[in-house]
Design a protein around this ligand. Structure first.
Ligand SMILES: [Zn+2]
Length: 581
């Protein structure tokens, strides 16, 4: 019996060998007819520096592997080199100024080369760029953590036992906690004897735990190493990045260190793809602005600008628009600083030392795109190129750092753009902020007092189609419960205003680009201002009046004022992370 089984399995082994041999011969024959070289990677000395140029998941998806790199020349082995996804990858590399030579290879060559990914991750636990956390550990911790207090109690249990993995476990806990609580940033700040850890979630910083400085110093070394920073320098600001896996998702972390009196502080931005699900639906737009945006997204060309301070959700909005505009018939290329989330079917590039927004935009235009996203317009050259692209048959999305939609025009004129070009180049300008959404489990209704009612009425007076107010206005305020980690809020929501380009606006911008003039011209469009959009959300119980007042300027009770949508701005996010908008 055993003999028979043995022979059988040997037979099937031979059959597999035979098939592999046939494929190998086939690839070898067909490669030159398709114009590609052929490579057999099993006998090849694969360059370990080439492997990480492409994440393993993507390499397996596309059935490719980077197997050699010399300066900026990459050798890429592909099973299906003509696959459009492989071609798109080559273009991505090209935009990053790499030259790619494609070779054809077989499945067994790929399988062999992909094994090298394991070497990279296991050869050193503290290798630059990849944090070695067991995804299971992370996901177990994540299920345990429901509120800030859970992070505190977990940290206690790590520190009570005589634990040789204290440092690693503290790091694991801080990241698992950040993801479980949907934090966007982890701040670690030495303060006296203790080191304070804070998370930013829903746009606001929350104290989480204190760790002792002995542990912190060791954590810091590890985090610096991971981020690719210089270890022994404690007097300079440094930036870096690394990644880890939760089992389900690939999390990217961008870290930044600044020197301090006692020790360095580190801030890590967590880019969790699951936090961001980009869709027009999720933006929950007011119907009037939604209609205006959808109409612009259907046009083949023109500029769509979103404006607002750092942390106002501009990128999230643009990503949702890109997704809405995306279909198989169009080519979309982005240039971002940096690429925050990978979007399917879209070629994304990011600025670097030798690749500026201006360089990138010029390179992108040579790639025959239909739709372009430029992360931010911050100088004349980029503004001019974007305007020109919009006038020559491209739909261009971008962001501007201004306080309101109306202010965007003056900003572009300041950059040297001719106001007369707006009419043909600009489709719509949006202004936005994020407000925190009240926790549905604990929000508390109350009757608005006279001053609150007056504020609401003043703003609604500017609303083109105001909701009717009842005699007594019911509002909601936060209280705090286990569901929301005692913050009273859960998630955020954009409030958005917009100005479409029409004859009246075009003429106003040329005549006098001051905000109130443009707003007056745009009035017939009937799109509510940010404040008016916000008041609707207050009346719907989505957010509180105080929260709205945190992000937009509300008129004091009794003052009569026409809201211009100008605001003092949300509390600034971390200034050094300006790229995240
Ligand atoms: Zn709650």
């Amino acid at each position: 019996m055993t003999m028979v089984q043995f022979t059988n399995s040997e037979d099937s082994l031979h059959a597999a060998d035979r098939r592999a041999g046939e494929e190998e011969r086939y690839i070898q024959q067909i490669a030159p007819t398709l114009g590609y070289g052929y490579v057999y990677l099993r006998g090849y000395s694969i360059n370990p520096e080439a492997i990480p140029l492409l994440p393993e998941k993507r390499a397996r998806e596309l059935e490719v592997v980077c197997f050699d790199i010399k300066q900026k020349n990459i050798s890429l082995a592909a099973k299906k080199p003509t696959d459009p996804k492989v071609q798109a990858l080559v273009q991505e590399f090209a935009l990053r100024k790499y030259t790619v030579t494609i070779f054809m290879c077989s499945t067994q060559s790929l399988e062999h080369a992909w094994k090298r990914y394991a070497d990279i991750t296991t050869s050193s636990a503290e290798k630059k760029g990849v944090l070695e956390i067991d995804p299971q550990v992370i996901s177990q911790l994540m299920t345990k953590i429901k509120a800030v207090s859970d992070v505190q109690s977990e940290l206690k249990s790590i520190n009570t036992i005589n634990n040789s993995r204290r440092i690693s476990e503290t790091i694991e806990l801080l990241f698992a906690g950040a993801i479980a609580l949907k934090a966007s940033d982890v701040h670690i700040e030495p303060e006296g004897a203790a080191v304070r850890v804070r998370y930013r979630f829903d746009g606001v910083l929350h104290d989480i735990v204190d760790v002792d400085s002995y542990i912190y110093e060791r954590m810091l070394s590890r985090l610096k190493l991971l981020s690719g920073m210089i270890l022994n320098s404690k007097k300079v600001a440094q930036d870096g990045r690394f990644t880890f896996d939760t089992g389900e998702r690939h999390i990217e972390v961008r870290s930044s260190i600044i020197p301090g009196a006692q020790s360095e502080s580190i801030v890590m931005r967590i880019l969790d793809p699951s936090v961001a699900s980009f869709s027009m639906e999720n933006l929950r737009l007011n119907p009037r602005i939604k209609e205006a945006i959808l109409a612009e997204l259907k046009k083949p060309n023109g500029l769509i600008i979103t404006s607002g301070p750092t942390g106002s959700g501009k990128t999230t909005a643009l990503y949702a628009f890109l997704k809405e505009a995306h279909n198989d018939g169009v080519k979309i290329i982005t240039i971002e600083n940096p690429v925050e989330y990978k979007l399917d079917g879209i070629v994304q590039t990011q600025v670097g030392d030798d690749y500026s927004f201006a360089d990138g935009l010029r390179a992108i235009l040579r790639q025959d795109p239909d739709i372009i996203m430029v992360g931010e317009v911050r100088d004349t050259e980029v503004a001019e190129t974007a305007i020109h692209a919009a006038q020559t048959g491209h739909l261009v999305f971008t962001t501007l750092h201004t306080n309101s939609a109306a202010a965007a025009f003056a900003r572009l004129i300041d950059m040297g753009i001719d106001a007369r070009s707006f009419g043909t180049a600009v489709n719509i300008v949006l202004g936005q902020r994020l407000v925190r959404v009240l926790c549905a489990a604990c929000k508390e209704p109350y009757i608005a007092d006279a001053s609150e009612t007056s504020t609401i009425k003043t703003i609604l007076a500017t609303h083109p189609a105001p909701p009717t107010l009842s005699e007594q206005v019911t509002l909601y305020r936060p209280t705090g419960c286990a569901e929301c980690g005692d913050t009273g809020f859960k998630g955020r929501q954009a409030i958005i205003e917009g100005i479409s380009m029409d004859k009246a606006v075009e003429e106003a911008v040329i005549r006098d680009p001051r905000e109130h003039v443009i707003l007056e011209a745009a009035k017939p469009q009937g799109i509510p201002s940010m404040a008016a959009d916000g008041i609707e959300k207050v009346l719907e119980g989505i957010t509180s009046l105080a929260e709205l007042g945190r992000v937009v300027e509300l008129p004091a009770a009794g003052t009569v004022e026409t809201s211009e949508g100008t605001t003092p701005g949300a509390p600034a996010d971390d200034d050094f992370l300006k790229h995240v908008v």
